[in-house]
Design a protein around this ligand. Sequence first.
Ligand SMILES: [Zn+2]
Length: 140
Amino acid sequence: MLRNRLIELRADRRAKKKLLSRPKRRALKKSERAKVLSFTAGKCHICGGVVGEKWQADHVRAHSTGGQHSLDNFLAAHAHCNNYRWDYLPEEIQIIQRLGVWAKTQIERGTQIGRDIEDRFSKHEARKVSRRVANRESRT
Ligand SMILES: [Zn+2]
């Protein structure tokens, strides 16, 4: 069952995260960033799009699961893509992508579940936006 597999993977990821100590982070030098950018010819390693000026050096093996802070553990990524990836395991990302494509297809076809997903997802996103606005206003 997919639900059980997802729960298993989450537990696996969390256990790995606890076991491994976190290597120290440091900022990359300009020349190191240029080298990292050249690995993917200026493209985001997650979505394949051109990264432009504001890109992040993503730890290929997540920092939180013991990924090393060496140049060969970095690839260029959009901030948006990198933030969505978090520190999911590759199998989790593949399931998330397949689910996303399937949900998108259901929405496009206007199936019952597609309409349900569209409705609930729109409400979910609206709540996220209003929470962000509320947080911003409470800080000022
Ligand atoms: Zn991207």
